[in-house]
Design a protein around this ligand. Sequence first.
Ligand code: PRP
Ligand code: URA
Length: 210
Amino acid sequence: MRLHVADHPLITHKLTVLRNVKTPSPVFRQLTEELVTLLAYEATRNVRVSPREIQTPVTTTIGVEISDPKPLVVPILRAGLGMLDGMVKLVPTAEVGFLGMVRDHETLEPTTYAERLPDDLSHRQCFVLDPMLATGGSLGAAIDFLFDRGAVDVTAVCLLGAPEGVDFIEKHTAGKNVTLVLGALDEKLNEKGYIVPGLGDAGDRLYGSA
Ligand code: PRP
Ligand code: URA
């Protein structure tokens, strides 16, 4: 697994506002979108492209275009949905699939309640979106879905990660082509499985039920 933790003052600034308990849902949603666009720049560094000849007003030249099959972007519902617009703004030709997962508050085990992915992901590059990587159970299960269908590489974009979740994903995906892009690597998980210092419950903060 390759790990990239963002190191840019604009990302840290936006994350600081996001973490603040006083930040209201509309601002939280806007910042989430902006952060994903910034992280997507790094996450798509190895997106596959093919040569393409075009005509400029002056001459012909060879550029590149995103290759077929197009990348698949998979937000993990609910909170990952808040990251979708920021990602497809940068990669508008991507296909989008969905996974709905919720983790049990006591056991922290994820359950999959919705799945709308192409049956065949052979040769596909996939980008999973979830703001929070806590124990890693949800992201690990999402990555399994994609490799089981033939995906060749998976990049996960998370706003915050805990060391426990990073370690879990590293072991869980050993030998697979996985990249993890984090806005920040936080300190730890608390006894309730929340990221510390974190930002609380991302789904509640995005969708106003906090
Ligand atoms: C949150 C978050 C991740 C998961 C992370 O979702 O968005 O999907 O928890 O925890 P884990 O790494 O320990 O699996 P939640 O289950 O709260 O659902 P929601 O997005 O519907 O709020
Ligand atoms: N899910 C969240 O939304 N927040 C956390 O801190 C951990 C899991």
